[in-house]
Design a protein around this ligand. Structure first.
Ligand SMILES: NC(=O)C1=CN([C@@H]2O[C@H](COP(=O)(O)OP(=O)(O)OC[C@H]3O[C@@H](n4cnc5c(N)ncnc54)[C@H](O)[C@@H]3O)[C@@H](O)[C@H]2O)[C@H](O)CC1
Ligand SMILES: [K+]
Length: 541
């Protein structure tokens, strides 16, 4: 994997951050005090970029007793030096502070007693009750609050007096900048732990945190600025593959993964996709999935469906041939593999599931089919329902071997898992089950998360709630299958499909109200979205 540790692309956990901190300090030799100084200076610059100039700012900085509070003390010093009016409210008495925070409090007190102009702008107080905070704020009349109460050291629901202070702060009208993460936010899962600061800006240290993107993080973080604190990229890169960490897909990823076509390419060399889907009354899903696979660049897409709907399906698709599958009373006949064998010999990927329905004969025939083929496959919708209970079973006959991409939404996932699943840590859940089942697992949601058995994990870097409409899952599955057919590794095929589908949805919202978007609109935007993302590569040919 290229050193992609651009801080914005990497989503780290608190443990990974602590490990990176420790390695930087103990192995690399950059003192923690220097990291805190750099963090505070960088956060000050981020604040001034959004709310400057300094002379217009009346900052009220609420500092906890840990290193997050230490960052706040450094910000106070630099804002005062730059001419801002600064009031610092320490939520713990000086004797409770240790090491770098204690050192920075001494520096701040020293500045406050210095002859320079900064001293005239700087006041400090200890404030362990909300009432005191309220009184001090009334006196200062701040234009900006800085939340330096808790960062990645938060381990449980926020305790008093900080709980009350967070609630009070959320009632203020002025802008709020959170340092590292909003106080109360779980830095890994994005869950609000009891209470959480609603920030207008988050200045996060060294790298994006997973909790700022997944869960409720996006609702609390506001605009995010990443503060480079001088931590070497190789150290961030090393921890970026730790459990719970992930990469956010980027346009650059999509362009890097998506192969150009050779001049002597033909439809089979580009990659053939066989879609198995549809059932009486379920025509749209296989149509959209097949079209999406073609839009993702599959050289040839064929759609196998029950014989009773084949002619109807054929009328809906021009460049995508249909293949009739024999039916029995209760669903698809069991010899799917034989029926499709000549096509499967030329295919490079399968997509099994769109609109299949849940007839018992169909489900058992699909399981038999999947156990008989070694082709890489995307399994979606009723394809997932067909393998639920068989996948991972001791006596099951399914061996994904990392070749399959499963694309469940939460309900399908629970049926697959056969147990109730706590989705509060969606990255952790995707990583655990991807490893357990030896599959690439794309857990749909906002954002979607895709994990591979080796732990490599991507979070969707594009798209949003507009995708919460029927049929977008068929489009996503088709895009993933189309990329799989072109030879992408399953994890990259899934991440590319997730990113391009999101980008297409984002493109729709540039000219139409996102609430009006239908799945077919996503499909219609794919080609232009792809060109706008990767079009430059075409110019280079
Ligand atoms: N490499 C980096 O990212 C750097 C980050 N820095 C900052 O350091 C904090 C993490 O500091 P830490 O001391 O580990 O934790 P906190 O300051 O977040 O909090 C510790 C403090 O909070 C108390 N506490 C814990 N849980 C609760 C709770 N539920 N309710 C109330 N109080 C709680 C605990 O007792 C501790 O005293 C990181 O976020 C960055 O801001 C470095 O400064 C620079 C490098
Ligand atoms: K904070």
């Amino acid at each position: 994997m290229p050193d992609r540790c651009l801080p914005r692309d990497v989503l780290l956990t608190a443990d990974a951050m602590r490990k990176a901190d420790r390695t930087t300090i103990e192995d690399f030799g950059l003192p923690g005090f220097t990291l805190m100084e750099t963090a505070g200076r960088g956060a000050t610059s981020a604040i001034l970029r959004r709310y400057g100039p300094a002379e217009t700012i009346r900052a009220f900085i609420i500092c906890g007793k840990g290193n997050n509070g230490g960052d706040g003390l450094v910000v106070a010093r630099h804002l005062a030096e730059r001419g801002a009016r600064v009031h610092v409210a320490c939520t713990a008495p000086p004797e409770d502070l240790r090491d770098d925070p204690a050192h920075n409090l001494e520096l701040l007190q020293s500045l406050a007693n210095s002859p320079g102009s900064a001293a005239d702008n700087l006041t400090l107080s200890t404030c362990d009750r909300v009432e005191a905070l309220e009184a001090q704020a009334a006196a200062v009349q701040p234009s900006l609050y800085v939340d330096a109460m808790l960062g990645t050291g938060l381990t449980s629901e926020v305790r008093e007096p900080l709980r009350g202070m967070v609630e009070w702060l959320n009632g203020q009208e002025e802008k709020v900048t959170a340092l590292d993460i909003p106080t109360g936010l779980h830095s890994d899962t994005g869950a609000a732990l009891g209470v959480c600061v609603r920030a207008d800006q988050t200045a996060t240290m060294a790298s994006m945190k997973a909790g700022l993107v997944v869960g409720d993080g996006a609702q609390y973080a506001g605009e995010i600025d990443i503060v480079d604190i001088g931590m070497p990229r190789y150290i961030l890169s090393r921890v970026s593959r730790d459990a719970g960490c992930a990469f956010r897909t980027s346009d650059e990823d999509l362009c890097r993964w998506w192969p150009e076509r050779a001049n002597d390419a033909h439809k089979y060399s580009v990659g053939m996709t066989v879609v198995v889907g549809g059932a009486p009354g379920y025509i749209g899903a296989p149509v959209m999935a097949s079209r999406a696979a073609a839009r993702a660049g599959s050289g040839y897409v064929a759609c196998a469906c029950p014989e009773s709907i084949e002619s109807t399906l054929a009328q809906k698709m021009t460049s995508i041939p249909t293949l009739a599958l024999p039916e029995w009373e209760d669903g698809l006949a069991p010899d799917i593999h034989d029926t499709l064998s000549d096509r499967l010999d030329k295919a490079r990927a399968l997509l099994v599931g769109p609109g299949l329905g849940r007839k018992s004969m169909t489900q058992s025939s699909i399981c038999d089919f999947l156990s008989e083929t070694d082709l890489p496959a995307v399994i979606d919708a009723d394809g997932l329902n067909a393998i639920a209970g068989v996948l991972g079973a001791e006596d099951g006959n399914l061996e994904p071997n990392g070749r399959w991409i499963l694309t469940p939404h939460a309900g399908e996932f629970k049926r697959l898992a056969g147990e109730d699943v706590d989705f509060s840590d969606r990255i952790g859940v995707a990583q655990a089950y991807a490893k357990r089942w030896n599959v690439v697992l794309l857990l749909k949601g906002h954002p979607s998360v895709v994990a591979s058995p080796d732990g490599t994990t991507f979070v969707g870097g594009a798209g949003g709630p507009s995708l919460a409409v029927a049929g977008t899952g068929d489009v996503l599955a088709g895009l993933c299958a189309g990329f799989l057919a072109q030879g992408l590794q399953p994890i990259h095929a899934a991440a590319a499909g997730m990113h391009l589908g999101g980008a297409a949805a984002d493109r729709y919202a540039t000219h139409s109200d996102a609430r009006t978007m239908q799945a077919t609109d996503v499909l219609d935007e794919v080609a232009k979205a792809a060109y706008e993302i990767c079009g430059t590569s075409k110019a280079s040919r």
